[in-house]
Design a protein around this ligand. Sequence first.
Ligand code: SAM
Ligand code: SF4
Length: 335
Amino acid sequence: MIPRAGGKAMYDQFGRRIDYLRISVTDKCNLRCTYCMPVEGLEWIDRDEFLTYEEISSVVRQMAEHGLRRIRLTGGEPLVRRDLPDLVRQLSAIPGIEDIALSTNAILLPQFGRDLKEAGVNRVNVSLDTLRRERFRDVARRPERFFDATLEGLAVAERMGFAPLKINTVLMRGLNDDEIEDFAQITRERPWHVRFIELMPTGDNLHLSKRFLSTDSVLQRLQDIGDLLPAAGPVGNGPATYFRFDGAPGTVGVITPLSHNYCDRCNRVRLTADGKLRTCLFGTHEVDLKTPLRATGDIVPAVREALAGKPERHLLQLGTARGSGGLRALSQVGG
Ligand code: SAM
Ligand code: SF4
């Protein structure tokens, strides 16, 4: 933390203000999205290595004293970690925390949605890469009933009043690019925010590089079904750029890590399930918080060290894992 005059805030070595923490609560998942996780799974982090909820809360409390304001719980699939609402309750009681969001595949939202809402989750982002039931097996490599569960989870998210509701759709040429218009049409009918994400290369998905599709081509295609005008985005901290069809209740967003880098406005760091603070999604740079947490309880010097080393930008490049910071899959850090 490099202090600035006039109040407590965290800045990195390039003067970017850091007020957002993405917390991966587990690396495990009930799906196997083709771009994210190998069918056989990964070498899971040992459960004993996980930070406890009390430890996560301590990290957040200490960072909140230095300007942390927003949190996103992610995974793997965050809802597969037991008693997640307990963690949310602890986090929402921390002074300074203004927003708690969740990234999920929605499958377990019917079970836990109400508790999470009552505990303090304001909004959810739901991953959905196809609207076609028969295709779910190809993209998420689980039977169609998981697709039904996802849709039920989305319906629950809407009923529970999680808002704004964002859908994350990873673009894959030849796998789901024929659904771009269908996804975009949703925003004309519902106040949902559909965000198309460029496929990011990691160690285990390089075979999909040929399926990469730039969001520029998506925006061009969508102009054929209506005027898509630049729009203010919904509440959130994301790197997406938003557009809206005339009169539509929802928006179309694009997230462009490869075609248009947005690192200059990065506001975030990431906490892995085993307590490493990663300063860039795709950097090798990480600082262990668990050791100081368990030794003295004080993580502030380690956070300071991390921010001093946050890289200026990622070096991601299509077709190679070199820029991916040693990651096999984004599920290892929460995306
Ligand atoms: N399981 C939750 C979910 O799917 O929303 C949270 C974790 S997931 C790793 C977070 C986000 O990362 C999802 O929107 C997912 O689609 C995205 N993601 C994972 N691997 C990706 C990749 N290689 N390229 C682009 N997006 C990816
Ligand atoms: Fe699981 Fe999310 Fe990765 Fe899909 S993207 S395998 S739902 S962690």
